[in-house]
Design a protein around this ligand. Structure first.
Ligand SMILES: [Ca+2]
Ligand SMILES: [Ca+2]
Ligand SMILES: [Ca+2]
Ligand SMILES: [Ca+2]
Length: 264
């Protein structure tokens, strides 16, 4: 007789009936083994080291009732040989938000704000990076020269040199020195009277009229010494002739110039 055809021959669902000549026995199903009380209990394959997880490759063994499975640690991915390799999350462009760069690390990744952007966030992954207004914190960011004004922009800032000053050349990253413009070097840079004088000053320049001219240095007018009486020509036997910037004395017919203009 086959006892195994009778119902409930074996006590539980993890044992199976095996018929034999004149008898039968209850064997444990796969993944179970008999304990000291002849009951079928789960085999802990991880403990017994009968699992086939790639331990050396970093894979972990997780016991299950009647079975087991292999796992990679969080942040690692299975390879074909069952080993675990760090997942490079940074290959995905969406790993970090805008204005942040992704740094891959074993088992994880970190987001960091790019230069010019900062965050109050403490999170590694969803860092929100906003533009730093460097102009509001001159003490923290080596900022503009004292003659310049600071203008914030997205990701950086600019120093605008004050009137009469220009950025020191060559432009060095992080250096914001303004230097005096020598306006006298080029007629395009100053408004001085063409033949007048130009004197460069710190942050500005001054203009002067040429000799024999009157004005503020920008507009100069020839002085007519013959009209304003400042000439020293002989009034009786000579005549004063004005010219640009000066005058000459011409003697009347029959007279010649003496050693001094006032003498005959
Ligand atoms: Ca098991
Ligand atoms: Ca990683
Ligand atoms: Ca900025
Ligand atoms: Ca100047």
């Amino acid at each position: 007789m086959n006892e195994c055809y009778q119902r409930d021959t074996c006590p539980d669902s993890v044992s199976e009936c095996v018929n034999s000549e004149g008898s039968f026995q209850c064997d444990c199903i796969n993944g179970y083994a008999k304990d000291e009380y002849d009951r079928c209990q789960d085999i802990d394959e991880c403990e017994d080291e009968t699992h086939d997880c790639n331990h050396e490759g970093g894979a972990l063994c997780k016991n299950e009732d009647g079975s087991f499975h292999c796992e990679c640690p969080i942040g690692y991915l299975f390879q074909l040989d069952g080993s675990c390799l760090d997942n490079n999350e940074c290959r995905s462009h969406s790993a970090c938000r805008e204005h942040a760069i992704c740094k891959n690390i074993p088992g994880d990744y970190e987001c960091e704000c790019i230069e010019g952007f900062g965050t109050n966030g403490k999170t590694k992954h969803n860092l929100i990076c906003r533009d730093i207004d460097e102009c509001l914190h001159p003490e923290r960011y080596n900022l503009c020269d004292k003659t310049a004004t600071c203008e914030n922009n997205e990701g950086s800032f600019e120093c605008i040199c004050g009137e009469g000053y220009e950025r020191k050349l060559p432009r060095v990253e992080g250096e914001n020195m303004c230097v005096n413009i020598n306006e006298c070097m080029s007629a395009k840079l100053n408004h001085c009277y063409t033949e007048g004088t130009c004197i460069d000053t710190e942050g500005s320049y001054t203009c002067g009229c040429p000799d024999g001219y009157l004005g503020d240095g920008h507009d100069c007018e020839n002085i007519n010494e013959c009209n304003d009486g400042s000439h020293d020509c002989d009034a009786e036997n000579g005549i004063c002739l004005d010219n640009a910037g000066s005058f000459i004395c011409q003697c009347n017919l029959g007279y010649q110039q003496g050693s001094s203009k006032t003498e005959l």
